[in-house]
Design a protein around this ligand. Structure first.
Ligand SMILES: [Zn+2]
Ligand SMILES: [Zn+2]
Length: 133
């Protein structure tokens, strides 16, 4: 049983690592089915939780889709396109200086933060431009 789970976990990890970077549990479920593997959604969630707890994947909260699983393990921000719903990594430096501002404001200790941006991605902007011309 545990050997089988480990194999599934590896398959899920492989899928996320082969993706553009971010996948939902539903997408993983669909992909596994396409590859001829029937794995219940609950099992997928269980494996994702283990992978996340073992710091082998990252996750991001999405307002509509719930958690999105992320292969990019270092601290980074996200940009969501409102047109195509893609989630892109924003590789600007992690803004630790914000911690100090919040600490001064609340008198607390900040350990980490998360930021996400929303808008229209480069490809969708280009597509809009092409439609106009
Ligand atoms: Zn887009
Ligand atoms: Zn990411």
């Amino acid at each position: 049983m545990s050997i089988k789970l480990t194999k599934q976990r590896q398959e899920i990890l492989d899928l996320i690592q082969a993706s553009e970077g971010h996948m939902t549990a539903d997408e993983i479920h669909t992909k596994l089915k396409e590859n001829g593997k029937t794995v219940g959604i609950a099992t997928i969630y269980r494996n994702l939780n283990v992978l996340y707890a073992e710091k082998m994947i990252n996750r991001v909260r999405h307002p509509e889709l719930g958690f999105i699983y992320d292969k990019n393990l270092h601290d980074h921000y996200h940009f969501r396109c409102k047109e195509c719903n893609r989630i892109l990594d924003v590789e600007i430096p992690y803004q630790d200086n914000l911690h100090e501002l919040v600490e001064k404001e609340l008198g607390c200790l900040v350990l980490e933060h998360d930021m996400s941006f929303e808008g229209i991605c480069k490809e969708c902007l280009q597509a809009k431009k092409d439609r106009k011309s």
